[in-house]
Design a protein around this ligand. Structure first.
Ligand code: THU
Length: 163
């Protein structure tokens, strides 16, 4: 008989008041970053932020272009940029926020391409990075690790060795 594979993805559903002080800083940084999105085509502003182990914050935003596919999501702009500047660091937490250009914050989940990049970033550092995402009705979803967002991600260990 055919077997069935069942997956469970778990996240805490929090109110803003339930965030720790460190989580609240990272959350606020992601929200504040949305002011600096370059999104003249979608008018959808996304901010992503990281809390590093020295207590500092890093953030970035989505960057668009008239040649649409040339743009990049906030999450990847942030992670690629940090990797290029500070390849040796420990990231303790990630947060994402989004809103229409002139509107209120909305619930959002990172796109598939970003999830793949987020997981490789987490694997590169070798330690879990919890993630805060805006859930419905002003709630905050807290995942224990970036990998929880994307089951069945592509893993580089299937790539053939260089000859
Ligand atoms: N966007 C992000 O920045 N992150 C995501 O995970 C999904 C979408 C951006 C890309 C584009 O600039 C705008 O939101 C609309 O898709």
């Amino acid at each position: 008989m055919a077997q069935t594979l069942n997956l469970t993805i778990t996240a805490d559903v929090l109110t803003p008041a339930e965030l720790s002080a460190a989580e609240a800083r990272c959350w606020a940084a992601a929200q504040a970053a949305t002011d600096h999105a370059y999104a003249p085509y979608s008018h959808f502003h996304v901010g992503a932020a990281l809390l590093l182990d020295d207590g500092s914050l890093a953030w970035n935003t989505n960057q668009e272009n008239a040649a649409y596919p040339s743009g990049l999501c906030a999450e990847r702009t942030l992670l690629f940029g940090l990797n290029g500047q500070r390849p040796v660091r420990a990231v303790k937490l990630m947060a994402v926020a989004a809103r229409p250009q002139n509107g209120e914050f909305v619930a959002v989940t990172s796109c598939g391409a970003c999830r793949q990049v987020m997981i490789e970033f987490e694997n590169q550092q070798g330690a879990a990075i919890p993630l805060l995402l805006p859930g419905p009705d002003g709630t905050i979803w807290r995942f224990k690790r970036l990998a929880d967002l994307l089951p069945f991600q592509f893993m580089p260990d299937v790539l053939p060795p260089r000859s």
